[in-house]
Design a protein around this ligand. Structure first.
Ligand SMILES: NC(=O)C1=CN([C@@H]2O[C@H](COP(=O)(O)OP(=O)(O)OC[C@H]3O[C@@H](n4cnc5c(N)ncnc54)[C@H](OP(=O)(O)O)[C@@H]3O)[C@@H](O)[C@H]2O)C=CC1
Ligand SMILES: CC(C)CCC[C@@H](C)[C@H]1CC=C2C3=C(CC[C@@]21C)[C@@]1(C)CC[C@H](O)C[C@@H]1CC3
Length: 313
């Protein structure tokens, strides 16, 4: 991330037109989609020669189209280089931030300086990306890494979808600049801070507990034993709703759209898509957890009845 930002700074210094990215946004998005398609075809061909033990539990249905989409091989590698682990975080997330930097440069060219709205959106999203990269090892236990293969869904998601749709608020702001009053800006910053705290604290609490349940930061939390030997947290963040980390993520998503005003639906695309994605993801995770933990999970659901939104869902 640091190297990419320095390279972007150097490009500006030598007069490289970073605003090219804004001017050719659609062409670049289509190009990255085609690269993802090409990559996933290569991955599927490679997976046909992989041993049974290397195939993904979620992408070995026997239906070639489904397996191509979800990913047939779990962790395709070139030597020691794990393609899925690399793509999940690096190109898409860093590319997203670089695209935002290009928007800031474009606005500087058009209007003399970037607007407060664009600075807020790019700042919030840079914080999110830095957080993901800082806690990179946390994705090792996600269903994408453990269960799904590396197929079209993740290749397209990582290389095209994340950088080009997650940056739509910035794209919108360059085209439709928005005036933001200071009190409104302060309110949005506070909303993002609340979302970030809920997201980060809940993820860290679970990760700390999974690494070492005797850690003093989590040792006092109430838990439910399961037949696997693992325990489920039933107090702290994970006692409020069953996915407090999704709740925090969704609050942040809203804070990234609000600087764009309320006149257009485009900047709200992310928050709408993300709500659908997380509701679907929660259902998939629930299904896996019932299989893993059986009655202990049912007891957890009884004690913590709400999935994502307290008293609503
Ligand atoms: N911006 C984006 O596009 C996306 C962002 N995200 C974010 O990534 C982060 C990770 O999300 P994701 O991988 O979906 O899921 P989670 O980090 O929520 O992981 C779910 C797993 O946590 C464990 N768990 C669940 N409840 C408990 C409990 N009460 N006590 C202890 N362990 C529990 C279970 O695994 P086990 O018991 O095996 O440890 C369960 O399978 C989230 O913050 C999410 O918002 C996710 C998807 C897309
Ligand atoms: C193309 C489809 C519509 C859906 C593609 C889904 C992918 C974009 C997401 C699946 C899981 C993801 C995760 C993240 C980014 C989006 C994808 C790849 C994170 C890396 C985002 C930052 C968080 O801190 C961790 C997330 C893990 C899961």
């Amino acid at each position: 991330m640091l190297v990419s930002s320095l390279l972007a700074g150097a490009a500006v210094m030598v007069g490289f037109p970073l605003s090219y990215v804004y001017d050719h946004f659609l062409q670049l998005a289509v190009g990255s989609g085609l690269i993802a398609l090409f990559l996933s075809i290569l991955l599927y061909i490679k997976s046909l020669a992989a041993p049974e033990s290397a195939l993904a539990p979620g992408g070995n249905s026997g239906n070639p189209l489904y397996d191509f989409f979800i990913g047939h091989e779990l962790n395709p590698r070139i030597g020691f280089f794990d393609l899925k682990y690399f793509c999940e975080l690096r190109p898409g997330l860093i590319g997203w931030c670089l695209i935002n930097i290009c928007f800031l440069v474009k606005e500087q060219e058009l209007r003399g300086s970037p607007s407060l709205s664009l600075i807020l959106v790019c700042g919030f999203q840079a914080l999110y990306v830095m957080d993901a990269l800082w806690h990179e090892e946390a994705i090792l236990t996600t269903m994408d890494i453990v269960h799904d293969g590396f197929g079209f869904m993740l290749a397209f998601g990582d290389l095209c979808w994340v950088p080009f749709t997650y940056s739509l608020q910035g794209y919108f702001l360059v085209r439709h600049p928005q005036e933001l009053d200071i009190p409104v800006a302060v309110g949005i910053v506070l909303l993002n801070a609340v979302g970030y705290i809920v997201f980060r604290e809940s993820n860290s609490q679970k990760n700390t507990f999974r690494r070492n349940p005797a850690d003093p930061r989590v040792a006092r939390l109430e838990t439910i034993p399961t037949a696997t030997g693992k325990r489920l947290l039933v107090s702290g963040w994970w006692g409020i709703v069953r996915h407090p980390n999704y709740l925090g993520d969704l609050i942040m998503a809203l804070a990234w759209s609000l600087p764009c005003g309320l006149s257009n639906i485009l900047p709200y695309f992310y928050v709408i898509y993300f709500t659908v994605l997380l509701i679907h993801r929660e259902a998939r995770d629930e299904h896996q957890c019932i299989k893993k933990y059986g009655v202990a999970w049912k007891e957890y659901c009884r004690r913590v009845p709400y999935r994502i939104f307290p008293y609503i869902y």
